[in-house]
Design a protein around this ligand. Structure first.
Ligand code: G6P
Ligand code: ZN
Length: 543
């Protein structure tokens, strides 16, 4: 087998976004496109000769093709070993778990997360470092820089590797080990949670429904929920991963998981419902006819953490992304532990966890996790909820309402305006930024603006500064309006408006979020001039 050095030309659009490089499959299928980016990764990460890499993806279309290319490039670039998930499958949290467990140099994860898949869908690739977490911005900036000047890449001229049978083979001088995609992760979950309490809960007639959305968590949920915890066969839906996710949009929210939502809001609804996304790191939690917002979920996990074996001793601290509601801040305050506010993107939690400053983290974008790995973790959140329900023996809605009664409710909703012309989306941002001066002190109905800024973050561990992370309009009663451009879209620009109204009055806690936020929504439209500047009457998605 010989190493081929292949001449190439640079592409100008390989800038990693919030979570790696995401593009349409057709973009990745251009000659040299994937290869250039992979070589840019290898040229930037300074891996010692013989290093071990983890490789796997969410099984979407192009996963297998990409894995073969990356294996041959890894062999040609001097890696000593690659641990690849069977069939090319590793959920994002499982990849993080494997990187940490086997102390590898890092890993490459193939996924476009919750974006649709298939020939006409999206594909994505990202590098995770030895801590199991997404590469820091310093690394992703270096990768982007390398991608702009690349002239050649290395590839081993070799036949494809068999991915479907576990075992060890050689690719030139590099060892390829095809590993069970699920077992390391399942073992980790079993070490964190009280499986026997959850098993007892399920055996006692507590009914659950987990929607894998035809994505990567199917095999993980089958092994953990069914085989290890005894959930009935009808507890899982869409549990067979498909390359196009069955034509769906594998994003666990009220809009894109309508089948599960319908089941959970029916008269005979199960007691607990949950879903995860394309690559298994997101989660949505539902009770019987009850939706738990991700921000509330994080606050509830923090407040109940000591009921879980892994967190019995308490939490070092918590962190949330800036647009995530401040519900968890109130819990942190009561527990007297620090609460960090970071920019959007899981990578910002990594340093805090590595430094032992936080145990739990979460984002409004349906992500929650802890320091057990360095990615957010969908099934982990599901198991956390099941464990806390097994300990408290109360319905989900009752647990949440008790929480609100104690801490007040941070009523929350996000309005997304997708596929806008970039100029229109920017016009909205500029309009608000231009008015910061006149907004402070202004009153809109029952809301008075206390502070406005463009969020910037100084990492308390390495001192790095991230600016321009979203506009914050903060009101005197703790309510907030946040406006931010999405970093994960692949078409035009997506503008997100995050609405949060704090209400301590229990008499209002039964209200639907849209009802409770009606006034704040009007205030947001007025401050942003969104309808006038974009011509959009309604958001594309409300979560
Ligand atoms: C990915 C990241 C999350 C982040 C989300 C934000 O899912 O893994 O950490 O919260 O993107 O997406 P956005 O489209 O709002 O930039
Ligand atoms: Zn994801």
């Amino acid at each position: 087998m010989s190493t081929l050095t292949i001449a190439t030309h640079a592409f100008t659009d390989q800038k990693p976004g919030t979570s790696g490089l995401r593009k349409k499959v057709s973009v990745f299928q251009q000659p040299h496109y994937l290869e250039n980016f992979v070589q840019a990764i290898f040229d930037s990460i300074d891996a010692p000769k013989g290093a071990t890499l983890v490789l796997g993806g969410d099984g979407r279309y192009y996963n297998r093709t990409a894995i073969q290319i990356i294996l041959k490039m890894a062999a040609a670039n001097g890696f000593g070993k690659v641990l690849v998930g069977q069939g090319g499958i590793l959920s994002t949290p499982a990849a993080s778990c494997v990187i940490r467990k086997y102390k590898t140099f890092g890993g490459i994860i193939l996924s476009a997360s919750h974006n649709p898949g298939g020939v006409d869908g999206d594909f994505g690739i990202k590098f995770n470092s030895s801590n199991g977490g997404p590469a820091t911005e310093t690394v992703t900036d270096a990768i982007f820089a390398a991608s702009k000047t690349i002239t050649q890449y290395q590839l081993l001229d070799a036949p494809d590797v068999a991915l479907d049978i576990q075992g060890v083979s050689q690719l030139g001088e590099m060892t390829v080990e095809v590993i069970d995609s699920v077992s390391d992760y399942a073992e980790l979950m079993e070490s964190l949670f009280d499986f026997s309490a959850i098993r007892e809960l399920l055996a006692g007639g507590f009914r659950i429904k987990f929607d894998a959305m035809h994505a990567v968590t199917g095999p993980y949920a089958t092994e953990i929920l069914q085989r290890r915890l005894g959930a009935s066969a009808d507890s899982l839906m869409n549990a067979v991963p498909l390359e196009d996710f069955g034509g769906g949009h594998p994003d666990p929210n009220l809009t894109y998981a309508p089948d599960l939502v319908k089941i959970m809001f029916a008269d005979d609804a199960p007691d607990f419902g949950a879903a995860s996304d394309g690559d298994g790191d997101r989660n949505m939690i539902l009770g019987k006819r009850f939706f738990v917002t991700p921000s509330d979920s994080l606050a509830l996990l923090a407040a109940n953490a000591t009921l879980i074996p892994a967190y019995k001793a308490g939490l070092a601290g918590v962190a949330r992304s800036m647009p995530t509601s401040a519900a968890v801040d109130r819990v942190a305050h009561a527990l007297n532990i620090p609460c960090y506010e970071t920019p959007t993107g899981w990578k910002f939690f990594g340093n805090l966890m590595d430094a032992g400053k936080v145990t739990l983290c979460g984002e409004e974008s349906f992500g929650t996790g802890s320091n057990h790995i360095r990615e957010k973790d969908g099934l982990w959140a599901v198991l956390f909820w099941l464990n806390l329900i097994a300990a408290r023996r109360q319905p989900v809605a009752e647990i949440v309402r008790e929480h609100w009664a104690k801490y007040g409710r941070n009523v929350y909703s996000r309005y997304d305006y997708e596929a806008l012309p970039t100029a229109d989306a920017q016009a909205v941002m500029h309009h608000v930024q231009g008015n910061f001066g006149s907004l402070v002190g202004a009153t809109f109905g029952s809301y008075t603006v206390q502070h406005c800024d463009d969020f910037s973050y100084t990492d308390p561990v390495d001192g790095s500064v991230s600016t321009g992370q979203g506009i914050r309009v903060l009101f005197s009663d703790g309510s907030r309006i946040i406006v931010r451009l999405s970093g994960t879209g692949t078409e035009g620009a997506t503008l997100r408006v995050y609405l949060e109204a704090y209400d301590a009055n229990v008499a209002n806690h039964h209200l639907d979020a849209q009802q409770a936020l009606a006034e704040l929504i009007q205030v947001a439209l007025q401050i942003t001039q969104l309808k006038q500047l974009t011509g959009r009457e309604q958001p594309t998605v409300i979560t």
